[in-house]
Each structure stands twice: as C-alpha cells, then as structure tokens.
Design a protein around this ligand. Structure first.
Ligand code: FMN
Ligand code: ATP
Length: 296
C-alpha cells in the first residue's frame, strides 16, 4: 500500500476507485465503503482511500489506522484538512482532485457525504458531474446499529460512557491500545498483582477511566487479563494517562516489549481509594471479575 499525507503527492496515471471522508476509526460503515473500492480494484483501477484529518484527537492513532488499511487498499491518503482543502470550492474539488488527479472511474461515498467550501458539495453534485468527469457514483446506504446510523460520533459517545461492548459492535473490531511497556512504581508486584504499564497516546481518545476485562498480545501470544485505564489517583499525584494490566497466567518480564491490549467489557469506574489496602481488596475482586468474564 502506498501511504501519503499530501494529496498533491498523488501521482498515479491509473484510473481509481476512490472513497472519501474523515475515516477516523474505520467502523463498520467505513468498512462497507472500503470493501466496495476493494471489489472494484483491478489491474487498471487502483483502490484509494482519501481521508481528511481534522487535526483533533482521534479514535485510532495514525499508525493504527495505517496498519488497519495496509493489506486492504492500494493507496491511503491521510490528508490534513488544510486551508487550501477547506476553502476549495466543491466543483473545483471534483474537477481538479477527483477527475484530474485521481482519474476516478468510481467514487464511493455514504449518503450524507459533504465536501468543499462551506460543505456545498454532496451526492447530488457528485452525480451531476459524473458523466462529464467520466466516473460512476456509488452511494452506499448507511450501516445501522440498534436503529442509529453508525458514525465516529456514536463510537466516541459509547467510549465516553465506558461502553466498550457497544463501541466494539460499531467498530466491528475490538477497541484497544498498544505501546511499549514502561516501568511503574513496581508497587503492584508487592501487592500481589504485577502490572504492565502502557502510556496512552496523547492524540488518541480514551474510554471512560475505569476497569475493563482485557485481551493482551505479548510476543505474538494471546492472554486475558484485567486492566485499568486512567491516572491511578490512589497512588499518583501527577496525572499521566495510562493502561495498567494484570495479565492472567503470565509470569514473564514485559518491560520494553511492544504489546497490544483490547477492551472487552467495562467493570467499574476508576476510584480514588482512601488507602492502598482498600485498593488491593478491590483489585482482588476485579481479578475475579476478569477471570469469570473470560470463562463465561
Ligand atoms: C485491575 C486494576 C484496577 C485498578 N483500579 C484502580 C483504581 O480504581 N484506582 C487507582 O487509583 N488505581 C487503580 N489501579 C492501579 C493501581 O493503583 C496500580 O496498579 C498499583 O498502584 C501499582 O502501580 P505500579 O505499577 O506503578 O507499581 C488498578 C490496577 C489494576 C490492575
Ligand atoms: N454508517 C455508515 N454507513 C455507510 N457509510 C458511512 C457510514 N458512516 C459514514 N459513512 C461514509 O463514510 C465516509 C466517511 O465518513 P466520516 O468518517 O466522514 O463520517 P462519520 O463516520 O459519520 O463520522 P462523524 O460522526 O465524525 O461525522 C463518508 O463518505 C460517509 O458518508
């Protein structure tokens, strides 16, 4: 897959099947559009995802999103929503970007896709220019979940409530975090629950601070565990957002390893306990909850 972060750097002379949008999290609705451009790809037509990055915190880090698309499409453009793009008239976007740059044979978008200066461009305008520009327009019906259209906003709301079960259903994959395991205060092991500490990416949206049943990948092997996302207010004065996981049936040393953690179910909110003893008593219960969750 070709990965570029500047739309002007796109240079292929091939025709394309292109899909457009913010694609913040690659949820099930996005996957429908990407599936369609993949189906249309051939020797003559390359599949292109053109994502506009709004410069705000997102549900996937840039690397995670790139990795998710890696084996899927021929070209992924993660395009910053610059002044030039924001102020470009919709007609100009169709003529200069879709037709001249992408040589679009097919344009795949959702029913409510809007683009161009003041969002004047929509599927009606795209249809109007289709014959003149030589592309076919493919408008995809909104993927729904429990009577509501799936959107990045819906996923963000679910995560803010700690409802990772709902978020995972909207995404079609498990929400998670990844990174290098760092040293904590090494207090956990003296309390009977050694933990892996992973810093939360500062540009990635975290779920509600709290305790979650987790699945973990270490050295390519899968484990279950129980983890806390938050700032551990009982023991920490300086807020530093991280995930701390006690991995069941694992006794190795994870410091310095690159691990992945996925959240399965919310158990309880993060709490500031009055003492370490209270924290330990609660974590003992959390561990039982986690073990029980995975043997259900
Ligand atoms: C399952 C689990 C639940 C936790 N819940 C809380 C919590 O509610 N409040 C809190 O301040 N810290 C919580 N922690 C974090 C602990 O305070 C932390 O793991 C412990 O102090 C050891 O930290 P260390 O790795 O820096 O030594 C939790 C940790 C785990 C593994
Ligand atoms: N549920 C869905 N089903 C089908 N297509 C969708 C769905 N949601 C979005 N799309 C389409 O995917 C492309 C990218 O969507 P985009 O990421 O901009 O919106 P979104 O997921 O609704 O996010 P937000 O909630 O931030 O507006 C657009 O063409 C959009 O119309």
């Amino acid at each position: 897959m070709q990965y570029i972060t500047d739309i002007n750097a796109y240079q292929s002379e091939k025709k394309s099947a292109v899909t457009l949008g913010k694609f913040d999290c690659l949820h099930r609705g996005h996957q429908k559009l990407i599936g369609r451009v993949k189906e249309l790809a051939s020797e003559e037509i390359q599949s292109v995802v053109c994502a506009f990055d709004m410069g705000r915190n997102s549900l996937l880090t840039k690397e995670e999103r790139k990795e998710r698309l890696e084996q899927e499409v021929d070209c992924f453009i993660a395009c910053p929503f610059t002044k030039e793009i924001r102020e470009m008239e919709a007609e100009q976007f169709i003529l200069q970007i879709l037709a001249e740059k992408f040589h679009a044979a097919v344009v795949v978008v959702g029913e409510d896709f809007q683009f161009g200066h003041e969002k004047r461009g929509d599927v009606v305008m795209l249809e109007k220019y289709a014959a003149q520009c030589g592309y076919q327009l493919d408008v995809i019906k909104k993927e729904m979940y429990e009577g509501r259209e799936i959107s990045s906003t819906y996923v963000r709301e679910a995560l803010a409530e700690g409802n990772v079960t709902l978020a995972n259903n909207l995404l079609g994959y498990l929400y998670g975090t990844e990174g290098v395991v760092e040293y904590g205060h090494q207090l956990g092991r003296t309390l009977g629950f050694p933990t892996m500490n992973i810093t939360w990416d500062e540009h990635k949206i975290a779920p509600k601070f709290g305790v979650y049943a987790c699945e973990i990948e270490i050295d390519g092997a899968r484990y279950y565990g129980i983890g806390n996302v938050g700032i551990k207010p009982t023991v920490e004065n300086e807020p530093h957002l991280l995930t701390e996981v006690y991995v069941f049936d694992y006794s190795g040393d994870t410091y310095g390893k690159y691990v992945k953690v996925w959240f399965h179910e919310f158990e309880r909110p993060e709490t500031k306990f009055a003492s370490i003893d209270e924290l330990k008593a609660r974590v003992d219960k959390d561990i039982l909850y986690g073990k029980n969750f995975f043997t259900k």
